[in-house]
Ligand binder design. Structure first.
Ligand SMILES: [Zn+2]
Length: 461
């Protein structure tokens, strides 16, 4: 199937959880996605009659503005009216969702572009609660979490392009700490081919988005070939069945009866604040990538590994500032540091991880100067997670072992393993590794692997 054989147009509405400490209109904590059910709730976010929202969380507005700046969108400074979007559903205790959107609304920002796709608009809104249709129970931890909704123009033409774009979006938004990485995203996808557009609601994983788009394109083309005319409708994608199911048609389209929320003042955005936020933005992934490739002459594979995570790429840049040659010692980050982090199931941005680039720089320099072996260096590295240390405080670690001491150990190993030595002499190369291993063990891994090997060969003759 060639890409341009039919007029596929795909547009997205992406909902991301803004990375704030508190909810949008109350002071409940937002870390509730991992907490027990209904643990971070109050009368406001459970919609208790008589409760009134607090003023909007300023941190959520800041995060949304930062996203708008990344897109180069036009920021709206006034007329930002909170609206009540009415619908009846178990997840919606107030009977409406509070949002800066609606038929005649001025949204927080309009226009802009990300990775070649035009942005229609972006706005703030609150997340509903979570209703479990199986048990009938409702978890209000999510109710009132600040969401950004990002609406794109229908400019995507296939599922692959959508998935790659979303990956890049999540990476960029994690660089500016605007959205919570682990909370995931929820995406509504519009697909149109020959007829009206069809909307698929609440797709919450890249895999689901890919499958839903591919299924829907194929379904619409088949329907067209059968002479059916596609009307505007809303569908749900059932992953188990692998197909879309009708939620409502054009006739039954939801009328949200938007009205202005009388309990909330308009948001007023301060130009000075926008300027401050703009100056505070970090370099975006593509900028970091080109800097690594050109300024630091990092290979493309390593550059891609480093730019997957802002903390990692900044760690690398600091390491270079501390005088580490980026070309020669790259593997200390892209292999060793990541190995130890993965082993401990940690990442650099975790609050309990405190690894200082100056400490790793010190370690690399000691290894480079031959004061300790690479193996010993790696061993010290193991102990640097979650908290790194200066080698000055661990003098014992770097007392190296000289060659005459290694020679003595090699002789001892030969004397104690005459059978293995005979095997080696008889042509069994693997036996040498066993002998080297014994030397390493006796030296408490302070001996250099290669030196020990050479010494053994020499002594065995
Ligand atoms: Zn609350």
């Amino acid at each position: 199937m060639s890409e341009k054989a039919f007029p596929v147009k795909i547009g997205l509405e992406v909902h991301g959880y803004l990375d704030t400490r508190e909810k949008l209109f109350c002071m409940c904590k937002t870390d509730s996605l991992s907490s027990s059910v209904n643990s971070n709730i109050c009368p406001i976010c459970t919609g208790t009659p008589g409760s009134k929202p607090m003023a909007v969380n300023a941190a959520a507005v800041d995060k949304l503005l930062e996203i708008a700046l990344v897109f180069g969108s036009k920021i709206n400074y006034k007329d930002l009216i909170w609206q009540r979007k009415h619908y009846d559903w178990a997840d919606n205790p107030k009977g409406y969702q509070t949002t800066i959107s609606g038929a005649h609304a001025t949204t927080n920002a309009v226009g802009g572009k990300f990775k070649g796709i035009n942005i229609t608009e972006l706005h703030l809104e609150e997340d509903p609660a979570q209703w479990n249709p199986g048990t009938g129970k409702i978890d209000y931890n999510r109710s009132g979490l600040p969401l950004v909704e990002i609406v794109t123009e229908p400019e995507f033409s296939d599922s692959e392009q959508v998935v790659e774009w979303l990956k890049a979006l999540v990476l960029s938004l994690s660089y500016i700490k605007a959205v919570r990485k682990n909370a995931g995203i929820k995406v509504d996808v519009n697909v149109s081919t020959y007829g009206e557009r069809v909307e698929m609601k609440n797709l919450n994983s890249l895999e689901k988005i890919r499958k839903a788009i591919e299924y829907e394109i194929a379904r619409q083309i088949e329907a067209h070939d059968n002479g059916e005319v596609q009307e505007r409708e809303t569908l749900a994608f059932d992953e188990k069945l692998g197909k879309t199911i009708k939620m409502r048609s054009k006739e039954g389209a939801a009328d949200y009866r938007f009205i202005r929320d009388p309990d909330l003042p308009m948001i007023v955005v301060d130009k000075k604040r926008v300027g401050e936020l703009k100056r505070g933005l970090p370099e975006m992934p593509e900028k970091k990538l080109s800097k690594l490739l050109t300024k630091f002459k990092v290979g493309e594979k390593d550059a891609k590994i480093l730019t997957r995570n802002l903390e990692l790429v900044e760690f690398f840049e600091k390491l270079v500032e501390f005088g580490v040659d980026p070309g020669r010692y790259m593997s200390w980050i892209t292999i060793e540091l990541l190995r130890v982090l993965n082993y401990n199931k940690k990442s650099l941005e975790d609050e309990d991880v405190e690894v200082k680039p100056e400490h790793l720089a010190e370690l690399i320099k000691v290894v480079a100067a031959g004061e300790i072996t690479v193996l010993k260096g790696k061993q010290i590295m193991n102990d640097m997670i979650p908290k790194s240390f200066s080698l000055k405080d661990h003098k014992g670690e770097i007392s190296s072992i000289d060659e005459s001491a290694i020679e003595n150990l090699c002789q001892q190993v030969i004397d104690e393993n005459l059978k293995v030595v005979t095997e080696y002499k008889g042509g069994k190369d693997a036996s040498l590794n066993y002998l080297i291993g014994q030397v390493m063990r006796l030296s408490e891994r302070r001996a250099d692997f290669k030196v020990a090997g050479d010494c053994l060969k020499r002594l065995i003759g």
